[in-house]
Ligand binder design. Structure first.
Ligand SMILES: [Zn+2]
Length: 430
């Protein structure tokens, strides 16, 4: 018998959205890695575990990856709603952010982490300010994360210039290099808030460090008009002219695209992150996800920040992503439940160049979630993927493991003191 740290078993196991679920499945884990995933009857014959967690009504699935957020923006949840993006950003969010301090970012990030863990999220791609503070929260809380300091032409509350934010990015890369869960990215905010020179410098830093570039692109019609006026082409083509379009680029939103943009994104193998609820709420439009997938583009899913969503719940985001495409094109076959789950798991992992994430198999990282199916809204269980995408709610998530450590066990967070966190929140509300 082989010894492992954990044997986690449930009613059913989804090892990957494109593989048949395994009834009475289990996962064996040693350190931060999955040793095997399969039928419990086979695993109990092979492994002896230090700890066994059996959830007879549990649906075990790969941890969800939120491929775009601004975690600490939970502090601005509901601050300004029902406004156009430009007004919302320039008249409300930027002034509120001007008052941000590392302490507030620490508090907001911890609050966001608690919310995300409760929704079954094990990984996040975060672009924000004072990102080194975000990294220290993530380090302590135990989530997996790709983190980038927001880079702008104008002074941000954290840095007086884009060049300084880039230097901070390089410093963070040195500091966090080799961390098992934290990866630093290069995050120019948008093509219109960064000069061409700053975008070129961002690319240089990314290439020198083999890092991903995260940028908001083609979010609104206004942005496309601006690009046409200033550069004579679409934001996507503009980024291509600057050589930014490529495998290391995570293009966030991609709502307003031409056919030419879609072929260019596909040709250059850029990754797209779909944030449907934020795009709907800001009235930006709807990204052409079925066309992107048809073109062979890898699409991941994100919530965006809680100021434009207004939650960080990937379960409801999957539901929205699936239904939105169907309703828009009057075709219920578009974006299946399995596609929606792929966007939050396997496709997100591919977008991040991490094939060891997003699925439960031997050799993959031990990032997993257990959903408690013994709920009136989750029975009967004909198709666990359908239940997860169309019926499950964040309160149904029972356990969350990241890199072999339990961050939530039987609905209790193990690394965050929620009572203390809420008390700290009340202090800033008053
Ligand atoms: Zn965003």
């Amino acid at each position: 018998m082989e010894s492992v740290d954990y044997l986690i078993s449930g009613e059913v196991l989804i090892s990957s959205p494109d593989v048949d679920p395994i009834p009475r499945g289990a996962v064996a884990i040693r350190g931060d890695t999955i040793v095997a995933a399969g039928p419990l009857s086979e695993l109990v014959r092979r492994f002896v575990a230090q700890r066994t967690i059996d959830r007879p009504a549990g649906l075990i699935l790969p941890g969800l990856i939120n491929a775009h957020t601004h975690a600490a923006m939970v502090l601005f949840r509901g601050l300004a709603d029902d406004l156009p993006l430009k007004t919302w950003l320039e008249d409300h969010i930027f002034p509120a952010e001007a008052r941000l301090t590392p302490e507030l970012v620490r508090l907001g990030t911890e609050l966001a982490c608690a919310e995300m863990i409760r929704c079954g999220t094990t990984g996040l791609v975060d672009m924000y300010l004072f990102e080194d503070t975000v990294a220290s929260v993530i380090d302590r809380v135990g989530l997996r994360a790709w983190l980038g300091e927001g880079i702008f032409d104008f002074p941000s509350p954290a840095f007086s210039s884009g060049e300084e934010a880039l230097r901070e990015t390089e410093r963070m890369m040195e500091k966090w290099r080799g961390h098992p869960r934290i990866t630093i990215t290069v995050d120019p905010h948008t093509p219109y808030t960064c000069r061409p020179e700053l975008l070129r410098r961002s690319l240089e830093v990314a290439e020198a460090n083999d890092a991903l570039i995260v940028i908001h692109v083609a979010e609104t019609e206004w942005e496309v008009e601006e690009a046409m006026m200033h550069h004579g082409c679409s934001p996507v083509r503009y980024l291509d002219r600057l050589s930014l379009l490529g495998e290391r680029l995570l293009a966030i939103h991609c709502v307003n695209l031409t056919e030419d943009d879609i072929s260019l994104l596909a040709q250059r193998k850029a990754r797209v992150v779909h944030c449907p609820e934020s795009n709907l709420k800001l009235g930006s439009g709807i990204a052409p996800v079925p066309q992107l997938l048809d073109a062979g583009i890898i699409v991941a899913l994100g919530t965006d920040g809680a100021a434009s969503n207004n939650d960080l719940d990937l379960l409801s985001e999957m539901d929205t992503a699936a239904k939105l495409a169907k309703g828009l094109k009057r075709d219920p076959t578009l974006i299946s439940a399995s596609d929606a789950l792929s966007m939050a798991t396997t496709w997100a992992a591919r977008a991040l160049h991490r094939e060891d994430l997003g699925c439960l198999r031997g050799g993959a990282r031990a990032d997993l979630v257990v959903v408690d199916l013994d709920q009136v809204h989750l029975r009967p269980c004909y198709n666990p993927v359908s239940l997860l995408v169309y019926a499950a709610r964040s309160g149904d998530v029972q356990d969350v493991m990241v890199a072999g450590s339990m961050l939530m066990e039987d609905r209790r967070l193990t690394t965050i003191d929620e009572g203390r966190l809420l008390k700290d929140l009340h202090k800033i509300e008053s």
